[in-house]
Structure formats: structure tokens, C-alpha cells
Design a protein around this ligand. Structure first.
Ligand code: UDX
Ligand code: UDX
Length: 458
């Protein structure tokens, strides 16, 4: 197969944008185009004000933009010119009809497949980047080969494992790249052509190749395992709070076992982000569709535990603050679903803010990068919520501070000044267990963390 020169990605989101920028950086001899139906997003990628915040991304885009990285809204033309097409359109959880609340909504994906079919006059490799249910490639192949006109499409799966906040490092030096293809002659040739792109900077032994179905399922399985570890440690937190065990010490002790390992054992207010919940529910739906109810229940419990952890956080606040937060000023420090991103999809902070608003609290939200998204997410909550980028102003006169995102700046804040400016008694709820609780207690705060006995002056 001839070398791939024209690479296209459909979907300029959190995955498509950074991934293609990295490919453009590492493959200066290839032309990389990213298209999207959202003209505003495309314009933002071409500006200094990128549509997403991701450390190090600006530098990569600045280096490659209009050299061999191009952003456009002309999807038809870009498809026609491409040798390989990565599809990274969103596949959210279905909100209607069969499988609502669980199955993946594949409408954008199918629309894109039909558009690829309509605009292709020569053979193409189509690569699934979006996370999809197992065997989606077979459906894609059917759409692409309906009314065959001699154009051949090879459908591959190449899921993305980058995590937001560390996307550039993850893309530069991934644990592995996974490429699934049919094991036919044309499938293997297409696989090799895509391997060749990544081999420009990634050692070959880190590029894993499998059949398409294993690749599709591995992406969902990896996210399910990571989320399951978080729910497992969170499932110990209530017991810790009641018994005097400290979950951070338990995590350190079990994580020192090399069979368990130390990562993804941080207890907190629960996982967020666009992937974990969506992918697990997708897995649950696939299991149920196959009549595998026990497996479905097992994976569903990971999400159930996560929801419980978020609700529980608000219950702790209520109980600590004399069973009422009505009219009390509560500052939420951080709204992004994790540090170093502006992304707020499925952020636990949203659930916490909504529950506090139901309790008639006056909420002030602070975040260094996610305030715009927070305003959109909380539009329906109305004037119970205020937004303040300066954390010191956000906490002024507050009865309680709840740390929702482990932004480094909240660790470095002058907590003495914070304490002085708050109404007393002053409560702090550390949803990420990353502050110095002993120091805060000494300053006068009543300190509530997760999986650690509260430190109260009462
Ligand atoms: C992507 C995948 O869609 C998701 O399945 C996977 O789990 C993670 O990676 P992400 O990049 O985070 O998600 O999604 P998003 O930021 O929403 O970007 C998707 C882009 O596709 C949007 O900019 C949207 O405008 C675009 N899109 C969507 C199209 O260009 N055409 C469409 O028909 C639909
Ligand atoms: C995840 C996967 O890590 C990535 O491989 C996949 O491609 C997309 O989904 P992402 O959602 O960007 O990435 O971030 P991740 O670092 O996995 O964190 C997800 C959530 O789990 C965050 O809300 C984070 O705060 C939380 N988390 C993570 C914990 O609560 N405890 C931990 O120990 C680790």
C-alpha cells in the first residue's frame, strides 16, 4: 500500500484536535486536516484562543498550524482528498428511545459514514477514533459498501487513550497505541499503513495490533477498569470515616503491592469526564443486549457507587452544617472534572452545585479555566449561583468552602487569609483529599475530607 500522505480527522473536539496536532508535529511530511460541522470551533482552532484548555497544546498547534495542520469546515472536499479518515465525532449516551440513558447514540457516526461514502471517489481507510460499541465497524462497513461503486473502504479501529490535562504527554509517549483491523490481505495492508504513521515517533513494540472487535472492546474495557478502581477505593471511604481508618493510608498500603499498583486509587467526590460513565453504561447495554445480566449488574454498580459518592458529599455538608444550608454562602473551588482542563462534562461539581441549589444554598463557583462551561451547565439553576474567578473573592463571607477540583493553585492558596474572610464557624470540605488537613484544622477550620475522620472543633 502506498504511503499515506493526506490524513483527515472528522471531529475537532478534545480527542480529534490534540491527536491530529501531535500527528502533524511528528509527521511533517504528511498533510493533516481536521474538519468539524461547528464553524465556531474551527475558527477557534485557527486562533490564539483554542477551543479547549490543555497544557502544551498551544505550542504544538502554533508549530504546525498552516504548515501541515489545517482546520476547515469543508467536510466534503476534505473527504475527497483524504487517504485515511479518522472519525472522532461524539458518541454520547442516547437520551431517547430504546437504550435511552445507556446505549451509545450513533446518529452522528452513521451520518458521517454516509458522508464519507458520498464524497469518496477512490479507496480509503476509515479509522474509528470515537469510542463505539463492539462490532460497530461491521455496521460501518455495511453503510460504506452499500450500492458498491468500485470504491473500497477498509474500516479500522484505533481508540484514543489520552487523558485530559496530560493529553500532550500521553500522545507524545503513550503506554501503547492500539490498532485493530480485519485480518484479510487488504485489512492487514491498511493496518500497516496506519502503524507506519505512529511509528514515526512511537517504538514499534508499543504499537499493538489486534482484530477490530478486540480493539473496539479494549477501549471500553480500559475505561471500565480505571473507573472500577476509583469506585472500589471510594467504596471503602464510608467505612474509613466510621472506623478511624484513613483511606489515603489504605490506598498507599494496598498500592505498594506491585500486583495492585498505586495509580487510580485516589478517593474523592467521584469520577467525572466524558468517558467513564458513558463507556460503562455502553458496556452495560452491550451485556444486557446479549442476555448477560450478571455482567451488566457488575459494571453498573461502578456507576451506582460513583453517584452515591457525589450525593454523599452533599449529605456530609448538610449534616456538618446543622442540617441546613439554606441562605448560606458556599464557595465551590474548582468546577472542571479534574485539574488542568476546562472540560466540565459529567463533573461531580455539577451534581454538587445542583443538590446545594435544591437546598437553597447561595453558591459561588470559582475555577481558573472552566467558568464559561460552568455558566452553560448551570444556566437552568438561575440566580442561586454566582461566578468568581478569584478564589479569595469567592470565599469572602462564605460559611463553607468545598474543593471540587485539585487545581494546584488551591493547594498553594493563603488559607489563613481565607479563614479570616469567612463567616464562623468556617467549614472546609475537601472533595479531593489534597489539602493539608492538620494545618487547616489548626487555623480554625472544621475539616471534612473523604474517607478520613472529620476534624471538628465542636
Ligand atoms: C471523542 C469521541 O466522540 C467519544 O466517543 C470518545 O469517547 C472520546 O472522543 P470528544 O473529542 O471529547 O469525544 O468529543 P467532542 O469534544 O464533543 O468533539 C466531537 C466533535 O465532533 C465536535 O466538535 C462536533 O462538532 C463534531 N461533529 C459532531 C462533527 O463534526 N460532525 C458531526 O456529525 C457530529
Ligand atoms: C479517561 C482515561 O484515563 C483515558 O485513557 C481515556 O482516553 C478517556 O477517559 P479522562 O477522563 O480525561 O481520561 O481523565 P482521568 O485522568 O482518567 O480522570 C477521570 C476522572 O477520575 C476524573 O474526574 C478524576 O478526578 C477521577 N479520578 C482519577 C479519581 O477520582 N481518582 C483517581 O485516582 C484517578
Amino acid at each position: 500500500m502506498k504511503k499515506i500522505e493526506n490524513i483527515l480527522c472528522i471531529g475537532a473536539g478534545y480527542v480529534g484536535g490534540p491527536t491530529m496536532a501531535m500527528i502533524a508535529r511528528k509527521c511533517p511530511d504528511r498533510r493533516v486536516t481536521v474538519v468539524d460541522v461547528n464553524a465556531k470551533r474551527i475558527a477557534a482552532w485557527q486562533s490564539d484562543d483554542l477551543p479547549i484548555y490543555e497544557p502544551g497544546l498551544k505550542e504544538v498547534v502554533r508549530e504546525t498550524l498552516n504548515r501541515n495542520l489545517f482546520f476547515s469546515t469543508d467536510v466534503d472536499k476534505a473527504i475527497e482528498e483524504a487517504d485515511v479518515i479518522f472519525v472522532a465525532v461524539n458518541t454520547p449516551t442516547k437520551t431517547f428511545g430504546q437504550g435511552a440513558g445507556c446505549a451509545a447514540d450513533l446518529q452522528y457516526w452513521e451520518k458521517t459514514a454516509r458522508q464519507i461514502k458520498r464524497c469518496s471517489k477512490r479507496d480509503k481507510i476509515v479509522v474509528e477514533k470515537s469510542t463505539l460499541p463492539v462490532r460497530t465497524a461491521a455496521a460501518m462497513q455495511r453503510v460504506l459498501s452499500a450500492e458498491s461503486d468500485g470504491v473500497h473502504f477498509e474500516v479500522l479501529s484505533n481508540p484514543e487513550f489520552l487523558a485530559e490535562g496530560t493529553a500532550i504527554a500521553d500522545l507524545e509517549c503513550p503506554d501503547r497505541v492500539l490498532i485493530g483491523s480485519d485480518e484479510t490481505e487488504t485489512g492487514l495492508a491498511a493496518r500497516e499503513a496506519v502503524v507506519d504513521i505512529y511509528a514515526s515517533w512511537i517504538p514499534r513494540d508499543r504499537i499493538l495490533t489486534t482484530n477490530v472487535w478486540s480493539s473496539e472492546l479494549s477501549k471500553i474495557a480500559a475505561n471500565a477498569f480505571l473507573a472500577q478502581r476509583i469506585s472500589s477505593i471510594n467504596a471503602l471511604t464510608e467505612l474509613c470515616e466510621k472506623t478511624g481508618a484513613d483511606v489515603t493510608e489504605v490506598a498507599r498500603a494496598i498500592g505498594a503491592d506491585s500486583r495492585i499498583g498505586p495509580k487510580f486509587l485516589k478517593a474523592g467526590v467521584g469520577f467525572g469526564g466524558s468517558c467513564f460513565k458513558k463507556d460503562i453504561l455502553n458496556l452495560v447495554y452491550m451485556c444486557e443486549s446479549q442476555g448477560l445480566h450478571q455482567a451488566a449488574d457488575y459494571w453498573r454498580s461502578v456507576v451506582t457507587m460513583n453517584t452515591h459518592q457525589q450525593n454523599r458529599f452533599v449529605n456530609t455538608m448538610l449534616t456538618a452544617m446543622f442540617n441546613t444550608v439554606a441562605g448560606k454562602r458556599i464557595a465551590l473551588l474548582g468546577f472542571a472534572f479534574k485539574a488542568d482542563t476546562s472540560d466540565t462534562r459529567e463533573t461531580p461539581a455539577l451534581t454538587v452545585a445542583r443538590l446545594l441549589a435544591e437546598e437553597h444554598a447561595d453558591i459561588v463557583i470559582s475555577d481558573p479555566y472552566a467558568l464559561e462551561n460552568a455558566k452553560n451547565d448551570l444556566a437552568s439553576v438561575g440566580d442561586r449561583v454566582a461566578y468568581e474567578s478569584d478564589p479569595h473573592k469567592a470565599v469572602e463571607g462564605a460559611d463553607a468552602v468545598a474543593v471540587m477540583t485539585d487545581w494546584k493553585l488551591y493547594g498553594d492558596i493563603d488559607w489563613q487569609r481565607v479563614y479570616a474572610s469567612m463567616r464562623k464557624p468556617a467549614f472546609i470540605f475537601d472533595g479531593r483529599n489534597f489539602l493539608d488537613h492538620a494545618k487547616l484544622f489548626k487555623l480554625g477550620f472544621h475539616v471534612y475530607a473523604i474517607g478520613i475522620e472529620p476534624k471538628s472543633h465542636f
